[in-house]
Design a binder for this molecule. Sequence first.
Ligand SMILES: *Cc1c(COP(=O)(O)O)cnc(C)c1O
Length: 416
Amino acid sequence: MTKKELPAESQRIEELARRAGTPFHIYDGRAIRKNAEDMMKAFSWSDGFINYFAVKALPNINILRLLKECGFGADCSSGPELRLAYEAGIPPEKIMFSSNDTADEEFLQAFNMGVIMNLDDITYIDDVIRVCGRLPETISFRYNPGNERTGNTIIGNPVEAKYGVTHSQILDCYRIARDNGAKHFMLHTMVASNTLNEDYIVETARMLFNLVNEIWDNTGIQIEQIDLGGGIGIPYREGDDRVSFTSLSMRIKELYGKMVRTPLKLSFECGRCITGPYGWLISRVRHVTHKYKDYVGLDACMSDLMRPALYGAYHHITAIGKEDEEKDHVYDVTGSLCENNDKFAIDRALPEICRGDLIAIHDTGAHGHAMGFNYNAKLRHAEFLINQDDSISCIRRAETYEDYVRTQLGEPERIM
Ligand SMILES: *Cc1c(COP(=O)(O)O)cnc(C)c1O
């Protein structure tokens, strides 16, 4: 059972907020590092184990550098993400390019960089050959199990997903890739999203182990590495349990022992469970208003954290300095966007909130700042990092008006 904690003592966060201004995201680098190291340690029985951190979850070069030091690679889905991972110093063989609906230029960029290309469709084989002249020596395919998935604990509906190669196409993918010069083969899937159910991830491993054997039996092609994707969830609610890397690893190890016939490297591409719990959005209360409901209006808005508005996602909220007060008031906690769904919480029990209170929104370390946007000319806010020695650095400054208008052409440029 998790308890929701703050990244530092209340007074220290208050001092930071006074000095730096609000709102901002703050990440606990020490906790992120420990978590990444724990994952690597838990899977150390598996030779060559790696987690390709899903860059989209927290695309800040400083975070990527930190994770690189823990042995992580990067999972990228676009040209700019590839470049960011490269700039962070992650070697190409530790960069996974898991794109879909991929542009020709992105295929070429990935090919030239020498990263691992994970193809989302059988037709992309021809695209890569057309664009790059040949296939890379190492090739991966993204598998979508559809209805043919094995293991009855698997949930969700892959049939509705736009991603991946179907069961009836997968053998041909490897055959065609081999016939076109590919030498090393990987198999990828991504069937989970924010799941706290360990069984689900173990069943994904079972599904891929089975498929590796099926590919061998039918084509003689040996898959050298599987990628179990991301999707391990985090305990957003107090009282939820996190997925234990140790327990997950031991269960996968047991299956591996029973099912795997030739050496097979394991990998994940988790984002959320690596950084998610170690980020907080710190925001100041601007107004407390009483209409048909009671509202707490923050200086942050959904451009700082879109998940609640987008999916109705729950994020725990702490009134800093009021941790021990009784939660005997009920509020909608809102931002300032001209959209009524700009709410961080609806009907949330909190202590009595006053103008000027400092609020922490928890678990914003993944898919938080990253999903921001500039609607309503909302400028995006800063990101801070707590370092190993407890000092705090700015790792992304807040946007200014000049940043916002940088791409607008006050002097229109005639293009036709
Ligand atoms: C989003 C995504 C991930 C990361 O998912 P998390 O939930 O952050 O672990 C990994 N791989 C692919 C292909 C993705 O689209």
